[in-house]
Design a protein around this ligand. Structure first.
Ligand SMILES: [Zn+2]
Length: 531
């Protein structure tokens, strides 16, 4: 019996954390990420884990983003010593992302300590230090895509492309049984046709699917137009003599933008002004990209073979040191500044926003998802005045968003991916989405099931809810069951006694499913009683 419990990214977007246990076989996590966005997220990160970290055998990590991996150093600090299994590129990215996250935790704690001291209060220590994050790196165990990895007796893992960021993967978990059971975690799913990376893989069958729903209810504009839109935004900003400030995740969005700027330069549409990548992390991530060509799609390979490096750009300037970073603010005239974090709630981007938000000639361009409670979210929602680094700043700059740069599939993309299964997974859990997005995607998937005459229970589990997973005969579409039985009946005389017994069992399950109250569970799964 497999028990699955949802502790994070449950009816929200950040803090991915799923606990999986089979008695006597394995006790593991899939992802262990930070909650992001505001003081509530801070508290949620500090709470004790609802299980003993030392009791865990292992963690399967879908990708390096901190909302999926960022609490692993904390897990280590609190006693976890098992393997963290991820793809090779994810391991390399974590090697720069975790210590950087530790530095941010330390800097935030120091800032809070001084504030608390002035108010005569006690302050919290950092969630974890850069050194603790460094120590946790020893747990990382990178494996290639598509290779079966034994996790425990009778349990195998296979990573498949998720097309979201470098190294991102869906995790396919095969429990040998009997009865055999396949559980797939989609991880974050990218857009089909996005540059550089291969598209998400298409699994055919699963008994249970845990999938992300970030962009449920929303549709990205076609990505074919985004290069032109970017060109227009640059043109418009530069004609006013302003700077274009782009908060971008250090991993993937920054490289996607360099890729598009490279393409604009090739077609003569990029004015000869400096392009700064002002984030030591983004610089390291760009280097890691070049070390992992096994993640690239065919188009990128062809481009490289022709001698055109997709992440090269003549006017590109990498600024690593604080001095170099500060010198950008003194620079007169147009420029493009790419800096992290992508939601503008941490990192150097805050300095660039402080120096540019009040200037009507400047533009701030958002290219990724902005979680409620972050500075990016406030700006996108029309704030006229914001507080940055302890200072009130008026918002006079033009604020724009290009969602076609999103690293996530939109609702059409998510639904098409599920439609690609040969038979719909009978149980689908939606995670990593706000309630509205989940409602929309759930309705879409139920509509898909109705069209195909199949049954799929679609559920958006609440934090802490636990479900018991077994091959659910009562959820098998009756049509499929009938087909299987007919196929068997045609060969009845050739059956061994064991096979005949199996047919009998199937038949009795079939009648039980057809007769019983199982119908009620068709739309939504119900959690186990809280123990
Ligand atoms: Zn992600």
């Amino acid at each position: 019996m497999i028990r699955l419990r949802f502790w994070g990214a449950a009816q929200t977007v950040t803090g991915s954390l799923y606990e999986l246990a089979v008695d006597g076989v394995v006790h593991m996590l899939v992802d262990c990420g930070l909650f992001q966005g505001g003081p509530e997220a801070d508290d949620a990160n500090r709470n004790p884990f609802p299980f003993d970290p030392a009791s865990l055998d292992l963690v399967v990590l879908t990708h390096a983003h901190l909302d999926h991996s960022g609490r692993i150093p904390l897990l280590y600090k609190r006693g976890f010593r098992g393997r963290v299994i991820c793809t090779l590129a994810t391991a390399d990215l974590c090697r720069v992302l975790w210590p950087d996250s530790g530095h941010i935790q330390e800097a935030d704690a120091e800032w809070r300590r001084r504030k608390a001291q002035r108010a005569g209060r006690e302050a919290q220590p950092p969630l974890y230090t850069a050194q603790e994050a460094q120590d946790a790196l020893g747990l990382l165990d990178g494996v290639p895509y598509e290779e079966p990895v034994p996790l425990a007796p009778g349990l195998t893992l296979r990573f498949r492309d998720a097309g979201h960021i470098l190294g991102s993967a869906m995790a396919v978990l095969d429990f040998q049984g009997p009865p055999a059971f396949r559980l797939i975690f989609s991880g974050d799913l990218g857009q089909v046709g996005a540059p550089i990376l291969r598209d998400p893989a298409q699994p055919a069958l699963a008994d249970c699917l845990v999938m992300e729903s970030t962009y449920g209810g929303r549709r990205h504009p076609p990505s074919s137009g985004r290069r032109q839109q970017l060109a227009e935004i640059i043109q418009d900003t530069f004609s006013r003599g302003g700077k274009l400030v782009i908060p971008a995740f250090a991993v993937e969005r920054t490289q996607d933008l360099i890729y598009e700027l490279n393409a604009l330069a090739a077609s003569g549409q990029l004015p000869d002004e400096p392009v700064f990548v002002d984030s030591p992390l983004a610089i390291s991530a760009t280097e890691i990209f070049s070390r992992h060509p096994e993640c690239f799609d065919r188009l990128t390979w062809q481009q490289i073979q022709k001698g055109d490096m997709p992440l090269d750009l003549v006017q590109l300037r990498f600024t690593r040191t604080t001095e170099e970073s500060q010198s950008i603010n003194g620079l007169k005239g147009p420029a493009i500044i790419l800096s992290a974090s992508g939601m503008a709630d941490a990192g150097r981007i805050r300095h660039h926003l402080k120096h540019n938000l009040w200037r009507p000639e400047a533009t701030v361009l958002f290219v990724g998802y902005q979680a409620p409670g972050t500075l990016g979210w406030s700006l996108l929602n029309g704030a006229r005045q914001v507080r940055i680094l302890g200072e009130e700043v008026a918002v006079k700059a033009r604020i724009v968003s290009l969602s076609s740069f999103s690293g996530h599939a939109d609702e059409d993309g998510l639904a098409q991916w599920v439609a690609g299964f040969r038979q719909l997974p009978p149980r689908i859990f939606l995670t990593h989405g706000e309630p509205e997005a989940q409602k929309s995607l759930a309705a879409r998937l139920q509509q898909l099931a109705a069209q195909r005459g199949e049954r799929a229970a679609v559920t958006s589990p609440a934090p802490g809810e636990q479900y018991t997973l077994e091959p659910a005969a009562d959820l098998w579409p009756a049509a499929v069951l009938r087909q299987r039985l007919q196929a068997l009946a045609e060969h009845l005389d050739q059956l061994t006694p064991m096979e005949r017994a199996h047919v009998q069992r199937q038949l009795s399950q079939f009648w039980a499913a057809m007769a019983g109250p199982a119908e009620a569970g068709a739309g939504r799964d119900t959690p186990d009683a809280v123990k």
